[in-house]
Design a protein around this ligand. Sequence first.
Ligand code: PHE
Length: 408
Amino acid sequence: SLSENVEILGKTYKKDEFTNVTKNILQKLDRNLHNQHCHPLNLIRKRIEMFFYRNYLNKWRSQIFSVYDSLSPVVTVEQNFDSLLVPVDHVCRSVSDNYYINRKHLLRAHTSAHQRDLVKSGLDAFLVVGDVYRRDTIDASHYPVFHQMEGVRLFTSNELYGLLGMHRLPQQFLILEDGGARTKQKQSQHRPETAKLLELNLKSTLEKLAYHLFGNEIEVQWVDAYFPFTHPSWELEIKFHGEWLEVLGCGVMEQEILDEAGALGKVGWAFGLGLERLAMKLYNIPDIRLFWSQDPGFLRQFEVEDPQTSIEFKPFSKCSPCTNDISFWIPENYSENDFYDMVRNIGGDLVESVSKFDEFLHPKEQRTSHAYRIVYRHMERPLSQEEVNVIHEKIEKTVTDKLGVEIR
Ligand code: PHE
């Protein structure tokens, strides 16, 4: 009810009309899979860290990147959106896409939420690893909690032109200028050379990272993209085992964010990648729920001394699924993500997928009906139809009570 508080990681938050975090989601906050020794997500992040540690050294040969893996996933709307120049009316802020604690706080939807603050603290090169939360459809590759790794690198003008082997720069090599134009290729304050050097350094860094992770046999390609916090922006796709896969988003950091963070006279790039997606491809893990499994049959397959060890996951025989359908008349303000969340909340990790297979408008009554197929499967043991029916009936009852739908 509205008057209650929510307790998260030892802090109390007042609920309001934005609150939509569920108990099921809040239980994930203390798992920290990315910090769990030998968990596949931990192996991948270590491989990425090693790449940055080894390849990026300062002139005294010490590593320039530092890693932040324990920042609280509870962030403010200001951190997650405003600090990154996300427009106030952008759809990505909506209650149906995010887990809000209240109108001021939410579970971070991306690790970019920490960019501005870490730059403000004086860092020039850092990685952030953490759990991120998004309301979404449910299937083998979508789960409301996943993990991201963010990278940021800033340059002074000496450092940027130093990439070309130039030192002791004359005046004309300033990286920022006033009165320039914003174009498809660059921001207004960036000289064309600045934007180009940043792009080349960013792209070559991330291509090398992709080869480091997936081997030299892959193909890579760059696709133009849009993010409110970078310009220009790109996505990197790699062709692995014959299939094109989008692996990360990146771009030249918006100068306004750096100015706001007090990084005067510096320019930089940033990237963000999803760890589950990489791990699923790299280790051949067929279902995203497996990352949450505590079964030794899963975890033991990743117990290696060296994170670089190649691992091919061998699925333990998949137990057979139970499939139940649900169909109902929807009320006017119906949101599909509310339904998905409710199914996930009640069915937990037994829910393998939820898919809409029919939508129908009754011509006379002017009412719409939706039909969904819910596939239930346990990762470790067979399910009986009886135990699934208990859960399914509970879902029917709850959606009737809470969403105001009418079961057909
Ligand atoms: N935060 C973006 C996402 O979650 C990824 C990104 C990070 C893009 C940094 C550009 C720069 O999709």
